[in-house]
Ligand binder design. Structure first.
Ligand code: AMP
Length: 230
């Protein structure tokens, strides 16, 4: 991957479930040396740890419903508190409601930061259902970082088996829950696209194709958008 050209950018990543946000987030964060806050991952870690927060949110996650804004705001603030001020951030999975988006502007002002760009990943519902119904997480005692694989991608299934892992389906990747997550996305999160477009922050890319291709596309549009703002 090429050297970052612009440093310390603050980016929000938007897209429906199954758009590949976490995979693209990883590539972009590496490219710009950003700290990533993935709210979904954080919440799943809380559930795994059976913490108080985890116990409070588990049912909502399992049903594909959103966690209340007040709890999300606290989670995000605690992330910002521990930030290295010299590094930019990438938010993966936040904001997801209009209230969160408005709250984010206020929160960023409190920490002396601003958004440079909002990157939206485009993918239609049919492709989301295909991806998520076949998605599995490869995990096992020898695997430090569980990683996503797909039942149609034999190479990824083999990679998992070679590392002694097993393919586990996320509770919220079941077909009925995927439909619910899509509904929530269209009702609550999609309106943020128009909001950020009006703020002249939105850039979008197609999320179709191999993750490396999508990541390259995303880096290119981000670079152009960020340079236009300098
Ligand atoms: P994700 O891994 O981003 O698809 O998130 C998994 C689940 O975590 C979502 O279906 C929600 O239940 C919850 N979640 C993650 N981010 C948020 C957020 N910003 N607001 C409310 N709920 C969230």
């Amino acid at each position: 991957m090429s050297e970052p050209v612009v440093n310390t950018v603050n980016v929000v990543l938007l897209g429906p479930p199954g758009a590949g946000k976490s995979t693209i987030a990883e590539a972009i964060a590496e490219h710009y040396n950003l700290i990533t806050i993935s709210t979904g991952q954080r919440l799943r870690a809380e559930v795994e740890a059976r913490s108080m927060v985890g116990r409070a949110v588990k049912d909502r996650l399992d049903r594909g419903e959103l966690v209340p804004d007040s709890l999300m705001d606290r989670l995000l603030r605690s992330g910002f508190e521990s930030f290295d001020p010299d590094r930019g951030f990438l938010l993966d999975g936040y904001p997801r409601t209009m209230r969160q988006a408005i709250g984010l502007f206020a929160m960023l002002a409190d920490y002396g930061r601003h958004l440079d760009a909002v990157l939206a990943l485009d993918v239609d519902d049919e492709e989301v259902v295909r991806r998520l119904s076949g998605r599995r997480i490869c995990e096992g005692p020898l695997i430090d970082e569980p990683f996503p694989i797909h039942i149609d991608d034999l190479a990824s299934m083999l990679r998992c088996r070679e590392r002694g892992g097993r393919a586990v389906q996320r509770e919220d990747d079941r077909a009925d829950v995927v439909r619910q997550r899509l509904l929530v996305y269209h009702e609550q999160t999609q309106p943020l696209l128009a909001y950020y477009r009006a703020e002249a922050l939105l850039v979008s890319v197609s999320a179709l194709g191999r993750p490396a291709e999508v990541a390259r596309r995303a880096e290119n549009v981000l670079q152009t958008a960020i340079q236009a703002r300098i």
